[in-house]
Design a protein around this ligand. Structure first.
Ligand code: R5P
Length: 265
């Protein structure tokens, strides 16, 4: 692998082969998402526990201090919105020059397999891979489902993840599914990170699916709302970090969560 791309990947994926990415890119189609009204404030206490932070160029420029030491995964696709006609109508919106100018360590783009604009998103992703590989920048494909959350079965996620890897993704971000998630990971020749999806009820549920996903072979997470929409975001973040980098079980992560929450850790 070329030195530059390997170096950037090493900044994202830690020495233990695991990674905790913190996404705050939701506004690119959702607007001021709850708890992301001021993204710079939201992430301040969380950044120390993240291995990388994912966002758009607008939030990066306006809300994040350039002295940030964590690598940035730049969300470079868009063109859709929650009030628009079809969420899959997305393509590359940020040029390679801008990606370089902002010193991104990686870029991310959604692909919508089976969506109305499937071909457009796959083509756009392939072009992005070509541009980024020229400069040693890794691409992370996001296997997006739009509003159709029920699509998240192992068969479908395995299909999307494999297609993303075949098109050149260096990392694939996909959803976790309870049944056969190992098959999704096994069928994908590049590292898989788990996306969170809408907020679940308890921190323990998050710890359980993160733990199970890691046991199935995921290298980590790219998890947003279940962290920063929680009442105790730092405690959730530290529990997840414990599972990813310290081999904690879900139960142990819950204990750590309680300790952080009560100021004991
Ligand atoms: C979608 O808005 C983005 O790709 C998010 O980065 C992704 O969905 C992960 O965030 P969450 O855990 O909130 O689903």
């Amino acid at each position: 692998m070329d030195w530059g791309i390997q170096n950037r990947l090493n900044r994202l994926i830690q020495k233990d082969g695991k990674a905790l990415f913190l996404p705050i890119d939701h506004g690119y189609f959702q607007g001021p998402t709850r708890k992301l009204e001021k993204p710079g404030e939201t992430i301040k206490p969380l950044v120390p526990y993240a291995d990388a932070v994912m966002m758009t160029r607008g939030v990066l420029r306006n809300c994040v201090d350039p002295s940030i030491e964590k690598p940035i995964i730049l969300r470079v696709s868009g063109g859709n919105s929650v009030v628009g006609d079809d969420l899959s109508n997305e393509e590359q919106m940020t040029s390679i020059t801008e990606i370089l100018r902002l010193n991104a360590s990686a870029v991310s783009m959604s692909i919508y397999v089976g969506g109305k604009y499937e071909h457009q998103t796959l083509k756009s992703f392939s072009r992005l891979v070509d541009q980024c590989e020229d400069y040693g920048i890794p691409t992370m494909a996001v296997t997006a489902v739009g509003r159709e959350l029920e699509k998240r079965t192992a068969r479908y996620l395995g299909l999307c993840s494999r297609i993303a890897a075949e098109l050149g993704a260096r990392v694939v971000k996909t959803y976790y599914c309870e049944e056969d998630f190992a098959k999704v990971v096994d069928g994908c020749p590049v590292p898989v990170v788990i996306a969170g999806g809408p907020k679940v009820d308890t921190a323990l549920e998050v710890f359980e699916f993160v733990y199970d996903g890691m046991q199935c072979g995921a290298i980590g997470v790219n998890l947003g709302r279940n962290i920063w929409q929680h009442q105790y975001p730092v405690a959730v973040m530290r529990g997840i970090r414990g599972i990813i980098h310290e081999n904690l079980t879900a139960k142990e992560a819950q204990q750590l969560f309680e300790e952080v929450k009560s100021g004991k850790a």
